[in-house]
Design a protein around this ligand. Structure first.
Ligand code: PHE
Ligand code: ZN
Length: 492
């Protein structure tokens, strides 16, 4: 794939200069169109604009953007991942469309330590020679020069390898095969190293059997054994062979530490109080293994469409809306993390909430709304209710989606900012209950193309995309007019 280390849309410098020139006005100086005309039933105004925007934000409108993202991938090696030209092409498109609609687009740069695969070879040399298709984990150490030869050790009972007892058998000097999930990969890596294993192979035991996913060992310093993922089909055959006798492997696994540069795109409504900023965001980068049309082109396209459709209604916006397109989410929410980290304490307090969406066009969808259990920033419950009420009013059932730390809401919530939004599912297995509620196929992933090359335009579900678009537009307009019932804002 084509990677560029310095990459930004052509307007980057000009846009940044424009922004720097426009000193931010003090919050009280900002126009509050309703305040000027005296008190008004704010909630009614909010729901009027919400209804209007929800009817204007459609699948057809977002589809043009999705076609542009597909083109960005097709013309640049099939991916839109951080640091690639496919990401830049996506960012160019978003920048152009926002600029045409009158937004000033700000390019917010960041860089971060990253890791690129150099060699990903795994081969069974005996008893039944064949090539395997490993995906090297980011930050994995390398096998010795010339590769590694040795024996496979399968953890007993299809274990996750999350406890020391899993490694009690004969693993010293061998390549261990463990099951995907159950705990952080870092934990498995530490335990495997402590038990003297020579390498860690992980069975990505998902549907379909050929699915493989690249993992990350984080923090990188913990990574002490070469680590790679294998698709279930290959891993199961390995385990079956190992049950009959020794399996001999050849591994050549090597990565390279790099510094990757990327950027977020930010665009604000020119209207609305800055001290009650509503952030609507989604990540614009794809995984390194595919074009990312569902993950997360679907959400980015709808966020863009929401921004374009809100522009003509800007005079009704009482709380500033900041549209955000995050970079490097797939590398661990790097762009959104950078954004939150660079906010001043005051800017953090003045962020009323963040709306975040992931994979909203999944073909085997579940209608999932983020739901917080335990300690979540106050106001998170309000955001959830705005979404569940909207879906309920349209007769559309929803199920709760735990804040799982797997998307760009995470840095915001860690900073005490309420969050909400939803997803139509990524690598979630559809349950029989979900099949009853939403149709589709139980026992299959909600998106069988999650982080795969097949995550393209042709596999998206237009119906669920439109339903999430409606909810996104509804909530954005509602909070753009009224955040009085959102957590900390209440006091303001
Ligand atoms: N959002 C991506 C995923 O869920 C990347 C990620 C993984 C981010 C795990 C955080 C934690 O696969
Ligand atoms: Zn995603």
């Amino acid at each position: 794939m084509a990677r560029r280390r310095t990459a930004a849309p052509a307007c980057a410098l000009a846009c940044a200069a424009l922004l720097a020139a426009a000193a931010a006005p003090a919050p009280e100086a900002l126009a509050d169109p309703v305040a000027a005309t005296g008190p008004a039933p704010v909630r009614a105004d909010a729901e009027r604009l919400a209804g209007r925007l929800a009817s204007e934000v459609t699948t057809a409108g977002a589809w043009r953007h999705l076609e542009a993202f597909q083109r960005a991938a097709d013309e640049h090696g099939g991916v839109r991942a951080v640091g690639t030209e496919g990401y830049d092409a996506s960012a160019h498109y978003v920048t152009r469309r926002l600029t045409e609609a009158g937004y000033r687009v700000r390019v917010q740069r960041f860089s971060f330590p990253d890791s690129l695969p150099v060699a990903q070879t795994a081969r069974v040399t005996a008893p039944d020679p064949r090539d395997l298709h490993p995906l090297l984990a980011r930050f994995s150490p390398a096998t010795p020069d010339g590769g590694w030869r040795g024996r496979l050790a399968v953890l007993p009972g299809n274990a996750y390898g999350c406890g020391a007892a899993d490694y009690a058998g004969d693993v010293r000097g061998h390549a261990v095969l463990a099951r995907y999930g159950g705990c952080d990969l870092a934990r498995k890596s530490e335990l495997a190293a402590a038990a003297g294993a020579a390498a860690l192979l992980v069975n990505v035991d998902q549907q379909p059997a050929e699915m493989n996913i690249r993992s990350t060992v984080r923090p990188p310093a913990v990574a002490r054994v070469p680590t790679a993922n294998l698709p279930r089909g290959e891993a199961e055959r390995l385990a079956a062979d190992a049950a009959r006798g020794p399996v001999e492997l050849f591994l050549d696994l090597r990565g390279r530490a790099v510094t990757t540069e990327s950027y977020n795109l930010l665009a604000d409504t020119p209207t609305g109080r800055a001290d009650r900023t509503v952030v609507l965001g989604s990540h614009l980068d794809s995984a390194t293994e595919g074009p990312g049309l569902n993950d997360n082109g679907s959400s980015a396209a709808m966020v863009l469409e929401t921004a374009l459709r809100l522009a003509p209604h800007r005079d009704q916006v009482r709380n500033r809306v900041r549209f955000a397109f995050w970079g490097a989410e797939e590398e661990g929410m790097i762009g959104s993390g950078h954004y939150v980290a660079q906010l001043s304490a005051q800017e953090r307090r003045e962020t009323a909430l963040v709306l975040n969406f992931e994979t909203i066009a999944s073909p085997n969808y579940a209608r999932m709304v983020y739901h917080g259990t335990g300690a979540v920033p106050p106001g998170t419950d309000t955001v959830e209710k705005v979404f569940t009420d909207r879906f309920a009013r349209r007769g559309l059932p929803t199920v709760p989606l735990e804040f799982d730390g797997r998307s760009d809401f995470a840095p915001f919530m860690a900073a005490g900012i309420p969050a909400g939004g939803g997803s139509a599912g990524y690598n979630h297995l559809k349950t029989p209950e979900w099949q009853r509620l939403f149709g589709g196929t139980a026992g299959q992933l909600t998106d069988p193309c999650y982080h795969q090359t097949c995550d393209d335009l042709s596999h998206l579900d237009r119906t669920i995309l439109g339903q999430f678009g409606d909810a996104m537009a509804w909530a954005t307009a509602r909070f753009a007019v009224d955040v009085s019932d959102v957590g900390a804002v209440r006091a303001r």
